[in-house]
Design a protein around this ligand. Structure first.
Ligand SMILES: [Fe+2]
Length: 211
């Protein structure tokens, strides 16, 4: 048994001894170790979703995708790029693209397209608007393509729990869009401000898998 596992067991014994953790009757150390440590040992990599036809290379390096006069609800997206062990992936390159409020992609230029360099903390954020619906897709979404040294490139999409297509119940309805490969990609939306000028924010963590 490795030193790390002994250390976890020691911590667990101490927690049990002082009542810092309370477990169901009948559980032994093995059950608690499994429930508490093993279950947290590895995060699931973020689900893959296809890149689709609207990706463009050489997007500008900016965190501000939204111009001041743009229609649509202002949207801030924040998150971290991490490994399945929860370590920050500093130096990751994060490419994002989305339709505008009216559901249109900018195919001529780079509006609502950006490339972000992720700092050592793994934290990223950008300012945009809530993307519109467009005919070929069911759900509103933001595309991501994330690359980093030593990690498998990740193509995925962010969805919004408030999207009309989920009818208020994304648990039940997320697969109404056949491209949504995992419920975990549909994120809660936090509204702030006044009703007539509300802004939305969403957290979206990106978990990369070792190459
Ligand atoms: Fe799309």
């Amino acid at each position: 048994m490795s030193k790390r596992e002994w250390s976890r067991r020691d911590v667990l014994r101490q927690c049990l001894a002082v009542g810092a953790i309370i477990v169901p009757a009948g559980w032994g150390e093995a059950e608690v170790l499994h429930a508490w440590f093993d279950a947290q040992a590895a995060l699931q990599p973020t689900a893959h979703v296809e890149m689709g036809p609207f990706y463009k290379k050489r997007a500008p390096s900016t965190t501000k995708l939204r111009a001041a006069a743009d229609p649509g609800m202002p949207l801030t997206v924040r998150g971290r790029v991490i490994t399945t062990n929860g370590e920050s992936v500093g130096g990751a390159k994060l490419e994002i693209w989305q339709a505008n409020h009216g559901g249109l992609y900018d195919l001529e230029g780079f509006h609502y397209r950006a490339a972000l360099s992720v700092p050592p903390t793994g934290v990223y954020a950008f300012e945009s608007v809530m993307p519109g619906h467009y005919p070929a897709r069911v759900a509103r979404h933001v595309h991501y393509f994330v690359t980093a040294a030593g990690q498998t490139p990740l193509s995925t999409q962010l969805y919004f729990s408030t999207d009309e297509v989920f009818g208020g119940d994304p648990d039940k309805n997320y697969s109404k869009d056949p491209l949504i490969t995992s419920r975990t990609l549909v994120r809660p939306v936090t509204l702030a401000g006044q009703p007539e000028s509300a802004t939305a924010s969403v957290e979206f963590e990106l978990v990369m898998e070792k190459a």
